[in-house]
Design a protein around this ligand. Structure first.
Ligand code: ADP
Ligand code: MG
Length: 686
């Protein structure tokens, strides 16, 4: 390309990933300067951001020397005077400035000692005035800048390429699709996004290009899902039999919520297709996922298979084991527990029973994934609290059968709809979006450290009523030592305020041995201690319905989803519960927003939306999958509507043309083939 020698080419690749003409025309500006508007100097108080002013320079002053050298020009229009200031390249700039000649300047005015000035303004003579209203602004880097590829330089490159490519930009969408969804053509969109004449131009271009990007992302996911589905055979489970029916009719402790019923139906249908089930079950804390899992396991048992449920910690596994055993007590079924601390002498017979098929439901921790464990015919694996499991562990489950068992992954970490649609596009997703009736909402209170005494008062009242209390401290790897000391200090302070024998305290943290942790946890579960002081080890899943207060210390250091998870530990019984967020007096704006959000809503999905806005999708899902979110123009958190629309259009297209072979879809097909080739398969969960 003219004007791009080997060195510049190398820089463009390294610095901003531009290898081809295609990359360059898809290097979109991140904003525009409205060059059709001019401001008056007397008006500057009322503007935000950059301004453009017509006027002339009436005097130039050089001051300082060496590094402190600076150049100041007095710039005047018919309403006033301001300073234009340069701290770099003063001598060079000075030679380019002409006094008493009409010019226009662009820059961001700031006020300093009561005087307005613009540092490093862009200057052009009024004669070279842009014909266009909007000038694109491109992001550049220091190295590119040094080689003349600042925003202006990039603009010129893009212009040159667009001239060269005139009429050659491929249009993936048929005219029908463009008409139906009001999309302007690809080439037009690309021209307009780099050079819009009006705000509307820019909007139309952005919409078209966002839609296209999201459409192909969704197509890719849907096609992958289809391929996986075709490949993946699973056990067909068509029976709804005796076990399920007996339990459902006679022993189920409560009426299922509508959401639970709906999800169960989805699972039932899925199990009956002959395809392997790979399903994510999302439901807020306390929404009753376990019962859905249990009923799914009964379906599997009715079809002659075994089922397993895996929890992320031993404590949780034991809780599941106890509650499932209790629920299934009237049924003629065998439920067993297998964890890391199952004794060797118990292990061997357990393995044998599993092999013989004498165990119907195995509850366990990841110990269950260890090699010697073999099932006779494992039909379903339920994985509770998915985010605690690594991918490698999950994939171990495959190896336990000839055909892979169906997989149901349960998570209480709500994922905003747009993200779920995209990120889990090739999984089935079920959502329990309703809590069982009769729950009293948890009251959340934000207190600064100064208000601690009042908090202790509330705790005394609750304990006097027979309730239990959690204190949770952050423990973050980077500041582990400091955090640990905080925990111990906190424990001591709490011990002083809540002395024996009136109060019994438990403490649980990561540096304790597993058995000591379990011992303390169990004392609390059994009600022998009233106050549990802990680090986030209790975050996931523990169920102590009698606990009614959750105090979160240094709450500003927790993320929203973590705060919400912690809060979910209370409000599990019939009593009114409290979540108290303790923070330092001075917290950041973001922290304030998090506290406000927690105080104002108990809805996990609403919280997830705020979280997405505060942190961005990469952080929310972990960096592992962030490649997926490498979008050029669309934004999964801000363009929710376009995401939904793109998904609908993609789905509809696949219904009309399942193998994408219609002539009108030729371009879509070839682009997709390329995408499927070049990207690894990141969507699989198990
Ligand atoms: P989570 O979805 O957080 O795992 P659980 O499955 O532990 O929630 O359920 C929370 C509590 O709600 C449990 O005590 C459970 O027995 C109860 N529960 C579940 N389903 C219902 C229902 N349909 N009606 C009333 N209570 C229910
Ligand atoms: Mg649970």
């Amino acid at each position: 390309m003219k004007g791009v020698g080997p060195q510049k080419a190398e820089l463009l690749k390294k610095e901003v990933g531009i290898f081809t003409f295609g990359d360059l025309i898809e290097y979109y500006p991140f904003r525009y300067v409205d060059r059709s508007k001019f401001h008056k100097i007397s008006d500057l108080l009322n503007v935000e951001g950059g301004v453009q002013i017509k006027g002339q320079i009436v005097g130039i002053l050089e001051s300082g020397s060496g590094r402190a050298k600076r150049l100041t020009a007095k710039f005047q229009d018919d309403t006033g005077v301001i300073d234009l200031v340069w701290f770099k390249g003063a001598s060079w700039v000075k030679n380019t400035l002409k006094i008493n000649t009409p010019i226009q300047v662009y820059g961001k005015p700031t006020q300093f000692n009561g005087r307005w000035n613009i540092a490093h303004p862009e200057i052009s003579t009024t004669l070279q005035q842009h014909e266009v209203g909007y000038q694109p602004v491109y992001s550049s880097t220091e190295k590119l800048n040094a080689r003349g590829l600042n925003s202006k330089g990039i603009e010129q490159l893009v212009k040159a390429v667009l001239d060269e490519l005139s009429g050659q930009v491929e249009e993936p969408f048929s005219s029908e699709i463009c008409r139906e969804y009001r999309l302007i053509g690809r080439e037009k969109a690309i021209r307009l996004i780099h050079n819009p004449k009006t705000e509307l131009d820019a909007q139309q271009a952005r919409f078209r290009l966002k839609f296209e990007e999201l459409f192909f992302l969704q197509m890719e996911l849907l096609v992958r899902k289809k391929i996986t589905l075709q490949k993946s055979q699973g056990y067909t489970m068509s029976e709804v039999g005796n076990t399920f029916n007996t339990f459902y009719k006679n022993h189920i402790p409560f009426e299922l919520t509508n959401a639970q019923k709906r999800v169960l139906k989805e699972i039932r249908k899925n199990l009956n297709t002959g395809h392997h089930m790979n399903r994510l079950l999302q439901g807020d804390v306390g929404s009753g996922k376990t019962l859905v899992a249990l009923l799914s396991m009964l379906l599997v048992i009715d079809n002659g298979y075994q089922a397993a449920i895996i929890a992320p910690t031993e404590i949780l596994a034991i809780q599941h084991y106890e509650s499932i055993s209790e629920l299934l007590a009237p049924m003629n079924l065998t439920v067993s527990l297998l964890t890391g601390s199952t004794k060797k002498k118990d292990r061997v017979p357990l393995h044998e029973k599993l092999m013989r098929g004498d165990i119907d439901v195995l509850v366990g921790t990841h110990a269950l994934l260890e090699d010697p464990v073999k099932f006779k015919n494992l039909g379903l694996v339920v994985i509770d609290e998915q985010h605690r499991f690594g991918v490698a562990q999950r994939s171990k489950m495959w190896k336990k059968n000839n055909l892979a068992p169906h997989v149901l992954i349960m998570t209480a970490t709500p994922i905003p709809r747009t993200l779920a649609m995209t990120f889990y596009g090739d999984l089935e997703v079920s959502v329990i979006d309703e809590l069982p009736p009769g729950r009293k909402p948890i009251q959340t209170i934000h207190k600064y450290d100064a208000g601690r005494l009042a908090v202790f008062g509330l705790i005394r009242d609750e304990v006097a009523k027979g309730r239990q209390v959690y204190f949770v401290y952050p423990l973050i790897k980077e500041s582990e030592k400091l955090d640990f000391n905080n925990l111990l200090d906190g424990f001591e302070a709490i011990t002083r305020s809540f002395p024996m024998p009136d109060y019994n305290l438990s403490i649980v943290h990561g540096q304790m041995k597993a058995e000591d942790k379990a011992f303390e946890m169990n004392r609390f579960i059994k009600g022998e201690t009233q106050i549990m002081v802990a680090t986030t080890v209790i975050e996931v899943g523990v169920n102590v319905p009698n606990a009614s207060v959750m105090v979160i210390e240094s709450a500003e250091r927790f993320g929203l989803s973590q705060l919400h998870q912690l809060r979910g530990r209370v409000g599990r019984g019939a009593e009114k519960s409290y979540c108290i967020l303790m923070t330092g007096d001075k917290i950041s704006k973001d922290s304030q927003k998090r506290m406000k959000t927690m105080v104002s809503t108990n809805d996990g999905f609403e919280i997830a939306e705020v979280d997405l806005q505060l942190r961005g999708p990469g952080d929310l899902l972990g960096t592992q999958q962030s490649g997926l979110l490498d979008l050029k123009i669309a934004n999964l958190s801000k363009d929710a509507q376009v995401v939904a629309m793109a998904r609908d259009v993609a789905k509809e297209l696949l219904v009309k043309d399942p193998t994408i072979e219609l002539d009108a879809h030729k371009m879509i097909r070839s682009r997709l083939q390329e995408m499927l080739k070049s990207r690894p398969n990141w969507g699989r969960i198990a």
